[in-house]
Design a protein around this ligand. Structure first.
Ligand code: PNS
Length: 162
């Protein structure tokens, strides 16, 4: 039986930490669908289309990884695409409480989908999209923290030459 995993998130923007988890997931599962939540309460910096473009670019050499968007309940989407696993990353203990709550709630909503937690490489344990945006808007360098395409797009958003 082939196992499809869904890796959901806001990805505003995708970081090297996300990419690390996508790579790990692509080794563990037959195929991985990176699912971008399009309607979020947070006001995103990048549109869903821009986030799709950046993610598609970074996963283009991973044959069993695809990119999509979703709205509504994650478990509903997972069932719709026949994913039996939800992948979420845990960087530090501080992530655990929220992730546990979400995983247990998702389990209550659907017993057909199991959440699997993965740890990114230590080098990315303090990395987040929120910090990347903050550093970028304040003129700091995000080199090495995000894929090159994201670095260029951030510079463009913040009015600097790419
Ligand atoms: O990258 P993020 O912001 O940590 O991702 C959060 C995400 C998209 C995984 C979460 O907000 C989500 O699953 N949203 C979809 C709505 C939903 O299913 N809510 C119930 C969660 S228990």
């Amino acid at each position: 039986m082939k196992i499809r995993a869904v890796y959901p998130g806001t990805f505003d923007p995708v970081t090297n930490g996300h990419l690390d988890l996508i790579q790990r997931s692509s080794v563990l599962f037959d195929d991985v669908v990176v699912a971008i939540l399009s309607n979020t309460d947070k006001i995103p910096l990048f549109t869903p289309q821009e986030r799709v473009e950046m993610l598609e670019q970074v996963v283009k050499r991973m044959p069993n990884v695809s990119v999509s968007t979703f709205d509504g309940l994650l478990v509903g989407y997972a069932e719709q695409i026949q994913a039996s696993v939800i992948v979420r990353g845990i960087r530090a203990v501080s992530d655990y409480e929220y992730e546990l709550q979400m995983a247990l709630m998702n389990r209550r909503l659907s017993s057909r989908v199991e959440t699997v937690f993965l740890m990114p490489a230590e080098a990315y344990s303090y990395l987040s999209s929120r910090l990347v945006k903050e550093i970028s808007v304040l003129g700091g360098s995000v080199h090495g923290l995000v894929p090159a395409i994201v670095e260029r797009r951030l510079k463009r958003k913040h009015g600097k030459r790419p």
